[in-house]
Design a protein around this ligand. Structure first.
Ligand code: ADP
Ligand code: MG
Length: 738
């Protein structure tokens, strides 16, 4: 591969420099790489080491091996049946030879010439029919010589060009190997000399961090481990610093304009609270007080309400919404201040709509629901009956709803993403609530706020989440928000009994326990990882249970005397709602569902959840799912079935069984992810490098301090154009984190 004549432009697109096929383009997009700079910021997750080199004769199936040798017989071909384009070659050392096969990347065979000395690293696989061994999709690199003592070397005795070898996060279509070569080409073009360091020099000096130029070389092509570590530290600092910078700017922008002052009389608020069928917990009261204090300040609240699943966030949202709804906008004798309440799924939005009707039905206010499948309004002039249940709301057209929202006729609008479309305009939007906020991006929250019709005011914002996160992570990603904690469960809640199992006999035992609960009138969830029949091309999926099949099986052979029904994302919305309604009414005893029920669904009578294929779900997702059955004071059970019994699965499930609450689980999760698990921090928009840093309190605090100082000195970053450009790059990349 020839080095380009002039340095690549870091802001130019990858596709301007490399010929890309559609699957590669898609893979790069998934990896968040569009420009050359993005590529250079795509860091290795670990480094291979030449010390693990094998002789070809000693290779066994299943090994991940490093081999040095001469490559030859390079050619491209197509898979016999699959028609997959392939590249192949044969590597020989003194002890023997082995084939290398690159599926989907025939060009690799063209990039090296026959007779080149290479270092090659990959998985040793065996042909099904013949048992012949080959290296599948190995990473390949030209080396000057074969290192001493490797294989039965016929070649020189000097070391290879590098001793450390980068291994990159991959995505189907783009291998670590491809990235390695692309990065190498970019570096060889002299690009580093054209890139300017976005971090100020005195900051680098203060924390003994390498410059951008050194760090880029060290992270992609380190000669020694300590260089790679220093580079990672620098990029980690840089990432946390930029996240902080962005958050601090957002906070300032947020609080620039005035907000509605909301200050309801105490008695009226207490009256509202007394209508709940339970006393509020001290934590709920404390959070409500935090919010009310913010409401009085005259600039917009930006607050995160963090509470474990089942801690009662909805009641806090409803009470504070009441504070807004019972306030009349100054100088207007019609309508109230308005509230927008956004939830990530239709099921959840509908559920909140119904709760709000219960909480507000004694008041003369209108409440609306807006989702992709239609709009509703409470109260209805005449109550109707649907599926045998009285309903006080009525279907209305979207146009009608938008009109009433714009005129101020409707006080509270609850909805999904449909709530943040441009056509939705409020007359007096004073308060925006975002439930399960980690499901939304910052830009979506921003759009919600822009629905406000009152020029020059910003609504108060309450973000709610059940994702408990350690303090350092909270400081980093929620740097712009004040935090209220619901660190207390409603009185009388029992610790959920969690058990893990993997054999069919154990599963039968758990069905027995479920039956016992059902016999007492309780209900159960069964969660499956898939919706329907497996894709036969995907071997992994074959074993995972599917909702549709499992619902049939349970209905016909395990829970014959009970009513069993499936629920999944591919069902029609009306169908989903009917099933959910029947489960709530107790007509359905066992709900067999995908993780669509993961967030927020509230059916207090359901006390058992059985999760099939538990190893396929993330830890926080499992915790969320388990949260479906901690909604009452009945003893609840969570059964976890894992099909694989790897150490990692066992460790994770054990953490789930022993962790007392979501916080402990989050700490465990962070430690695991920090160990370099691919894409660990993605759900928070933090890279692996950043996640490593986040475990280091000192580093997080230092980065935060630097960012705050900088923003205080120069809010618009006018004198830091490089930083501005970097923030923009990060925002652009952030899109891929959704
Ligand atoms: P989450 O915080 O997960 O959103 P919810 O708001 O859905 O939790 O509340 C979970 C359940 O607990 C609901 O059935 C709700 O009515 C009930 N609940 C809320 N607060 C209390 C309380 N203080 N005492 C008893 N039950 C409560
Ligand atoms: Mg909730």
């Amino acid at each position: 591969m020839d080095a380009a004549k002039e340095p690549m432009n870091p802001y130019s697109l990858v596709e301007e420099h490399f010929r890309l096929q559609a699957p590669q383009k898609a893979a790069l997009k998934r990896l968040g790489i569009s420009t050359i700079e993005d590529l250079l910021y795509h860091f290795p997750t670990r480094y291979g080491d030449t010390a693990t080199a094998h002789s070809i004769a000693s290779l066994r199936q299943g090994d991940t091996a490093v081999v040095f040798g001469l490559i030859g017989k390079l050619k491209t071909s197509k898979g016999f049946r699959t028609k997959i384009p392939m590249g192949e070659g044969v590597i020989s050392d003194g002890s023997g030879s082995i084939k290398a096969v690159w599926f989907n990347q025939p060009y690799l065979a063209k990039m090296i010439a026959d007779g080149t000395t290479v270092r090659i690293e990959g998985k040793v696989s065996a042909r099904k029919k013949t048992g012949e061994l080959y290296l599948s999709n190995p990473q390949v690199e030209k080396v000057e010589r074969i290192p001493d003592g490797v294989g039965d070397s016929l070649f020189g005795a000097d070391g290879p060009a590098h001793t450390l070898y980068p291994v990159y996060p991959e995505s189907r279509g783009v291998t670590s190997n491809w990235i390695y070569h692309a990065v190498k080409k970019a570096l060889a073009s002299g690009i580093i000399d054209t890139m300017r360091d976005p971090l100020p020099k005195d900051t680098l000096d203060r924390y003994h961090l390498p410059t951008l130029a050194s760090a880029l070389v060290w992270i992609h092509a380190p000669i020694k481990e300590s260089d790679a570590m220093a580079a990672r530290k620098r990029f980690a600092f840089e990432e946390v610093f930029f996240i902080q910078l962005e958050r601090q700017r957002e906070r300032r922008a947020w609080q620039k304009d005035p907000a509605f002052v909301i200050d309801p009389p105490k008695e009226s608020l207490n009256g509202f609270i007394s209508r709940f069928p339970f006393p509020l917990t001290a934590a709920q009261k404390g959070s409500i007080d935090d919010i009310l204090a913010d409401f009085r300040k005259g600039h917009a609240m930006a607050r995160l309400l963090e509470g474990d699943v089942g801690s009662g966030k909805t009641a806090v949202a409803a009470t504070t919404a009441y504070a807004a709804i019972s306030t009349r906008p100054r100088g207007q004798d019609f309508g109230t201040l308005q509230v927008a309440y956004m939830a990530p799924t239709e099921i959840l939005a509908t559920q909140h709509f119904e709760s709000f009707i219960q909480y507000f039905r004694h008041m003369p206010v209108s409440i609306a629901l807006i989702t992709g499948s239609g709009c509703r309004k409470f109260p209805a002039k005449v109550p109707t009956f649907r599926n045998g249940v009285r309903q006080d709301w009525t279907d209305i057209s979207r146009a009608q709803l938008l009109k009433w929202v714009a005129s101020g006729e409707i006080s509270a609008v609850i909805g999904t993403h449909a709530l943040i479309q441009k056509s939705v305009k409020f007359k007096n939007l004073a308060y925006a609530i975002v439930d399960e906020q980690h499901r939304f991006g910052t830009s979506q929250r921003q759009k919600l706020v822009e629905r406000n019709n009152v020029p020059g005011t910003t609504p108060h914002l309450l973000s709610m989440t059940a994702t408990p996160i350690p303090r350092t992570l909270a400081l980093t990603i929620y740097g712009d928000l004040d935090i209220s904690l619901l660190d207390e469960m409603p009185a009388g809640r029992k610790t959920i009994i969690t058990e893990a199992a993997s054999s069919d006999t154990e599963r039968d035992g758990m069905y027995e326990e479920m039956r016992r609960e059902l016999a007492q009138g309780r209900q159960a969830y069964v969660i499956c990882p898939r919706i329907d029949e497996p894709d036969p091309a995907n071997e992994m999926a074959v074993q995972a249970k599917s909702v549709i099949e499992e619902a049939k099986r349970l209905a016909s052979s395990i829970f014959k005397e009970y009513s069993v029904a499936p629920l999944h994302g591919k069902m029609k919305d009306s169908e989903k709602e009917r099933v959910m309604q029947e489960f709530k009414n107790g007509k359905i005893d066992v709900l067999v569902a995908t993780s669509v029920v993961e967030v927020g669904v509230n059916v207090p009578n359901a006390t058992v959840i059985l999760i099939e294929g538990a190893e396929r779900f993330g830890l926080s997702q499992l915790h969320q799912l388990r949260g479906r059955v901690v909604r009452s004071n009945h003893q609840a059970y969570c059964f976890l079935f894992a099909e694989s019994q790897g150490d990692k699965t066992v460790g994770r499930l054990k953490a789930l069984i022993t962790a007392k609450n979501g916080f402990e689980l989050a700490e465990f999760d962070l430690k695991q992810r920090g160990m370099g698990q691919l894409y660990g921090g993605k759900q928070w928009g933090v890279s692996d490098v950043g996640m490593d840093a986040i475990q280091n309190v000192k580093m997080v605090e230092a980065a935060r301090k630097e960012a705050i100082a900088l923003i205080e000195g120069d809010e618009s970053l006018a004198s830091f154009p490089l930083m501005k450009a970097e923030i923009e790059r990060r925002e652009r990349q952030g899109i891929h984190f959704e």
